[in-house]
Write a protein that binds this ligand. Structure first.
Ligand code: F6P
Length: 319
């Protein structure tokens, strides 16, 4: 292994820079060159890259976003486009590729490897925590901290005005961010794609809590379940008290990574290089019971990560 490529791809996530740093430094100390391609797969197609030395990745761990920039590249679904990417990697003498990203990015990597024989290793980076075979993806912890911070502020206003707030969070088709946020801030309810919502009993619960003296109500909605506007329409008539809507949007993806994300990113970045050196290709690095594991990307993509239903119950008991 003489030269590796590195991309961040798909939605950015806090901690991606810490992975770039860890991959680069772990490779350079083993005399492996690192080429960082800009804007994910687009940079491979354009041969747009930077060669990274040890000191090039200094001072980036604490920065949000990704210094390699990122992009969603739909044309990568076309086999001829993937062939061009593989030809470019071969021209540049790249022996293997580290892909930091979510499901779509890992799918691109798997195809590059299956069709074109490019060895790849994946590092799960996505705020959604919807990737199987890892307890946590990079960026999730920071995202939750951001969302909790904002919701705590909304709770102040909800209490002052005795209002209900319907807050929409990201997560694609997963309710993970909504559920964990609901648990961490004591929301009245979380509305998630994994579980159908009974608006009559939710409205009743909100009324009961008002009667018990609670002056704020927070309902967290996962974007993959319903829009905050739809939920507000369902609830407003039933509960009869003032409702406001907040859609958090891309604020959830930025910011300096938490300690957890920095540590996870450093460990996973290092492990991805170890995996390449040991000749274990086409795997994704994951976290399981605080150990790092390597799982074939094919297996990762074949499985949908499910939510822990015990946590759903717990959120309901404690709210
Ligand atoms: O996958 C991360 C994510 O932020 C999702 O939660 C969200 O649905 C999507 O990306 C938004 O994508 P974009 O930034 O392309 O609008």
């Amino acid at each position: 292994m003489k030269r590796i490529g590195l991309i961040t791809s798909g939605g950015d996530a806090p901690g991606m820079n810490a992975v770039i740093r860890a991959v680069t430094r772990s490779a350079v100390v083993e005399n492996i060159e690192v080429y960082g391609f800009l804007r994910g797969y687009a940079g491979i197609l354009d041969k747009d890259y930077k060669k990274f030395n040890y000191s090039d990745v200094g001072g980036i761990m604490e920065r949000g976003g990704t210094i390699l920039r990122t992009a969603r590249v739909p044309e990568f679904k076309v086999p001829e486009v993937r062939k061009k990417a593989a030809d470019n990697l071969k021209d540049l003498g790249i022996d293997a590729l580290v892909i930091i990203g979510g499901e779509g990015s890992l799918t691109g990597g798997k195809l590059l490897s299956d069709e074109q024989g490019i060895p790849v290793v994946g590092v799960p980076g996505s705020i959604d925590n919807d990737i199987a075979y890892t307890d946590m993806s990079i960026g999730v912890d920071t995202c939750l901290n951001t969302v909790i911070d904002v919701l705590q502020k909304l709770k102040d206003t909800a209490s002052s005005h005795e209002r209900a707030f319907i807050v929409e969070v990201m997560g694609r088709t997963s309710g993970y961010i909504a559920l964990m946020t609901g648990l961490a801030i004591g929301a009245e309810a979380v509305i998630i794609p994994e579980i159908p919502t009974d608006y009559d009993s939710l409205a009743e619960k909100m009324w009961e809590e008002r009667k018990r003296g609670k002056i704020n109500s927070i309902v967290v909605v996962a974007e993959g379940s319903a829009s905050a506007y739809t939920v507000a329409r369902h609830l407003e008539n039933r509960i009869g008290f003032e409702t406001r809507i907040t859609i958090l949007g891309h604020i959830q993806r930025g910011g300096s990574p938490s300690a957890f994300d920095r540590i996870l990113a450093s460990r996973m970045g290092n492990e991805s290089v170890k995996s390449l050196i040991e000749g274990e290709f086409n795997v994704m690095i994951g976290l399981s019971r605080n150990d790092l594991i390597r799982t074939p990307i094919e297996k990762v993509l074949a499985e949908k990560k499910s939510l822990d239903l015990e946590i759903v119950k717990l959120a309901n008991i404690l709210s």
